[in-house]
Structures are given as C-alpha cells and as structure tokens.
Design a protein around this ligand. Structure first.
Ligand SMILES: C[S@@+](CC[C@H](N)C(=O)[O-])C[C@H]1O[C@@H](n2cnc3c(N)ncnc32)[C@H](O)[C@@H]1O
Length: 498
C-alpha cells in the first residue's frame, strides 16, 4: 500500500514537473476542466516534451515516440482558431459566433452551396487561368453554339429605338460574352476564413485588376461568359460575372445616401409602377431609385426626377449614364432613355412640368411633410406615392399634415422591410462527427458502412449525401427606413389609418 502511494506521488511530481517545464519553454498546456481532473494525455505530452526539447528520446517506448511525433505534427497543423475552439489556449478572449461556427464549415467551398467547377483550365493571353463554370449536362454542341452566338452578337442591331431591335431569341443562347467597356462584378467569399471580396469594375482591355488575391488582366476576362471562374497570378479563384441592378446600385459611387434595393423594390410595388407610367421622384440623390423607376416604366414610360441640389443630381445623372452604357453594350436590348432631371425643389416643379399629373411618385428627401400639398395636386386620383422616411416621428408628421390641411390623401400602409440573410454551407462536422468525402487523412478507403475507424474521439464517416449547416449570416442589415404608402382620393376624408 505504502509503495503504491509513493508511486502515485512520484507520478504526480513528474507530471507537475513536465507542466512547469512546458510553461517555461512557452508551450501551451491544456486547461483542466473542473469536473475532470484526469491527466492521461498529459503524461504523453510530457514524454513528447522531453523528446523535442532535448533533441533526443529519453524513453525507448516506441509507441510513445510515435504518439509524440504524431501529436507534434498535428499540433503544428492545428490553426490558432482550432486550438482555441478545443480550449487548449488559456486566458484569451472568447471566440465570436462566426469563429466558433467557422470550424464546422467545409474549407473547400468558396462559391456557395453548389460548386459546379470542373477543372477545365485554359490559359488566357498571359499566365491567367480560367476555370469555366459549366453545367453537368453541358455538351460540346453548346460550346459550338456559343461560338455562333458571338457572331450573332457582333451582327445584332439596335435598329428600333424603342425596343432596341430585339430580333434575338434569348432562350437559345447563353448570353453574350463579356465585352470591353461594360461593368463586371468580381467576387470571392470564403465564410470559414471570413474573406469577402466584391468589386464593381469597368472592363478596359488596357488595364489589370489588382487585389489582395492577386492580379488579373482585363484582356483575359474579355470574351468569356459571365459566371466564369478565373485564377489570378497567385492561383486564387475569383468569380466574374455581370452585376445585377441592385448590385450596381450598392457599389456605384454615391453622394447622398441611397434608397436600398430592398426598399426600392417595395416602393415600386406600393405605387404599382407599370410599363408606360409617368412617375415623379424627389430627390434624385445618387440615382438609385431613379434606376429602378427607369426600368419599371420602360421605353414607353417617363421618370420626372427633381432635386434641389445640382451636385447631387449630377451624380444621379452620371450613375444612370454609366449603367445605361454598360447595359447597352452587354445586352441585346437597349436600356430605356426615359429619365428627365430637373434641378429644382419639388415644391417648384410647376416651373418645368406645368400642371402635369403623374401615375405614381417616390418621395425620398428631408422633411417630406413639406411636399404633401404639392403631391396632392400632382398625383392622379386613385394613384399612390411611396414616402421613404428614416424614423417614426416623420411618419407622424406626414399624418398630421394630411389631417390638418385636409388634403385629399389617405395613409394606407406603413412598412419596414427587413431581410434576414441565411447561409447554407456543406458542414465539416455533424453531431460531433467529422465528415469526410471519400478518404481518411491517411488515405484509407471507407468501408461499406462508411466507417473506417475510431480514435481520439473522432469518427470518420463516408456520406454520399452531404450534411449542410444552415444558420443566419453573421452580418445582417439593420434598419434603413419606414415606407409609407399614401393614396390620392377625390375629396379629403376624415378616415386615416394611423
Ligand atoms: C436621401 S437623398 C435621395 C436618395 C435617392 N433617392 C437615391 O436613391 O439615391 C435626398 C435628396 O433629396 C434632395 N432634396 C431635399 N429636399 C428637396 C426638395 N424640397 N425638393 C427636391 N429635392 C430635395 C436632397 O438634395 C437629396 O439629394
């Protein structure tokens, strides 16, 4: 009994000694949980310490050496975050939710849930490589039709100023290739590494795109389909495609703050903007809402855009022009030329548009309650306007003006548009199990049951059906505005919905 006690004390002493030495050498030691003070792994680590610190083994236990060497190698491989996740490092800040969840994400997926990338690397003009994104059922004939398509794009005509001369069956083609002078969007997102790149650039054959992921000649991009993946000179892949209108609006230059796309689209719905409508806007600002209105009313409609500050209106005009030009050279249909800018206060609009009445209006300016009288005269009876206001005090101001001045307007809806963005990614772990696609780290094949081995608390399984991790995106948009729908009626009414 006595000798057993002595042995235990010696063992504890040696373990303690090992911990102390490791701390002296700056090596991190595992934190012991309060509930479980067992130290079996520590004894191996102590042995490993002697092995590495003195340059030679102090034990002839070959299994122990292997263990030590393996854990040494794996310790090197372990990233800082992984060590933090396992609680190996002490006294550091807590991990953010994103850092914690990062360990559960598959590292390989860079471009969202589906990665259809096939390794079809073709060299461009220089060293840049292009990895075409293709559909699984794509055949060689579709590539031939792409070639034909380039010809038809070259020979397409913009004859008819209204429709853009669209005699082209869009369903039969994959879309025109990227051309010099149009806007493109370059993206790269890796949630695990918290990397995000979104750049809106204009293609110019003489220039080179530069970012922290490497360089890429514009000339190498021109002529390829939108939605291609290009490798930079650092061999990092970037997704390149045409921007949608909401992306252009978000990344274009701006003077005053813009109306956000989610609100723009809701306001279009509120005023029921249709092709052929004549709509009014105050103020033009940076031109975000102007662009959405221009698209909604189309070639036969008209947008009357007012702003009291010429500097702001110049920015709106420039943005509209840039988008129109880019759209015209990259599409088979011309963007409508339907916007008239007026550099004056909305209250003085009669100077330019006489007593014209409109089918709808968007009011996005300071103190919108000051223009309610003007709008009650400009809106056609039964038609609606959408007012973009930052806070509820301004909403109450609107209702109060309508009530006090007995305007023929009625407040129908007050909305706040909230979007909650979610992320669905292939998971690396599921229910505490590490998921692997086909092989273990040692290159061992999975068995029929999908299980190859158990060890160190990690079970590897093969799974034909990938497991996914769904969670809210770690960045969410916050409050932007309240949207108030106000309808013009024939006579002032005492019924208000506020
Ligand atoms: C927030 S910005 C509009 C942003 C714009 N809707 C967009 O999406 O880019 C407000 C604009 O209203 C203009 N403004 C303010 N009072 C005005 C008034 N009485 N008449 C016309 N424009 C006005 C300002 O000069 C400013 O450019």
């Amino acid at each position: 009994m006595q000798s057993k006690n002595l042995l235990m004390r010696l063992l504890n002493l040696s373990l303690h000694h090992g911990r102390l030495q490791k701390m002296c050498c700056g090596e991190q030691i595992p934190r012991l949980s309060k509930t479980n003070q067992r130290l079996p792994d520590l004894s191996k680590r102590t042995r490993q310490f002697h092995f590495t610190a003195r340059g030679q083994s102090t034990t002839d236990d070959s299994a122990g050496e292997e263990d030590a060497a393996r854990s040494d190698a794996s310790a090197k491989r372990e990233s800082y975050l992984e060590a933090r996740r396992k609680g190996v490092l002490m006294g550091r800040r807590r991990l953010s939710p994103m850092e914690r969840v990062g360990g559960m994400l598959e590292t390989k997926t860079d471009f969202g849930v589906q990665d259809l990338t096939r390794d079809l690397r073709t060299s461009g003009n220089r060293d840049a490589k292009v990895v075409e994104k293709v559909d699984d059922d794509e055949t060689d004939s579709s590539r031939i039709s792409d070639h034909n398509h380039e010809e038809s794009f070259e020979t397409s005509v913009y004859g008819d100023s209204v429709t853009g001369g669209n005699h082209f069956d869009k369903t039969q083609h994959r879309g025109p290739p990227l051309v010099d002078g149009e806007y493109i969007i370059i993206t790269r997102e890796n949630l695990k590494r918290q990397e995000k790149l979104v750049r809106l650039i204009k293609l110019d054959a003489r220039l080179e795109f530069k970012c922290k992921f490497g360089n890429l000649l514009h000339a190498d991009i021109i002529g390829h389909q939108g939605g291609s993946v290009f490798a930079t000179d650092m061999d990092i892949e970037l997704l390149i495609r045409r921007p949608s209108l909401d992306e252009f609006v978000l990344y274009m230059k701006r003077n005053p703050v813009i109306a956000y796309p989610k609100d723009c689209c809701t306001m279009l719905m509120m005023i029921d903007a249709c092709p052929g409508d004549v709509v009014l806007e105050a103020g033009s600002g940076s031109g975000s809402m102007t662009l959405f209105l221009s698209r909604a009313v189309g070639h036969h409609g008209k947008v009357l855009s007012f702003d009291k500050l010429p500097t702001h209106q110049v920015r709106a005009e420039k943005n509209l022009k840039l988008w129109q030009t880019s759209y015209d050279i990259s599409n088979q249909v011309k963007w409508p030329q339907n916007v008239s800018f007026y550099p004056c206060r909305l209250q003085d609009c009669g100077e330019y548009i006489k007593d014209a009445q409109v089918d709808g209006a968007i009011i996005d300016m300071e103190s919108p309650s000051t223009v309610m009288t003007t709008m009650s005269q400009r809106l056609k009876s039964g038609k609606a306007m959408a007012v973009y206001v930052a806070n509820l005090t301004l909403v109450i101001d609107l209702a109060e003006v309508i009530r006090k001045e007995r305007l023929p307007l009625v407040t129908e809806t007050i909305l706040e548009v909230t979007h909650k963005e979610w992320v669905v990614n292939p998971a690396r772990r599921h229910a505490g199990i590490v998921l692997q696609e086909s092989k273990t780290a040692d290159g061992e094949e999975f068995g029929d049951d999908g299980v190859v081995g158990k060890g160190k608390g990690v079970q590897y399984i093969a799974d034909e059906i990938p497991k996914y991790l769904a969670r809210p995106h770690h960045i969410q948009s916050s409050h932007t505005a309240f949207l108030v729908k106000i309808r013009k009626i024939r006579k002032s009414s005492s019924t208000f919905k506020v």
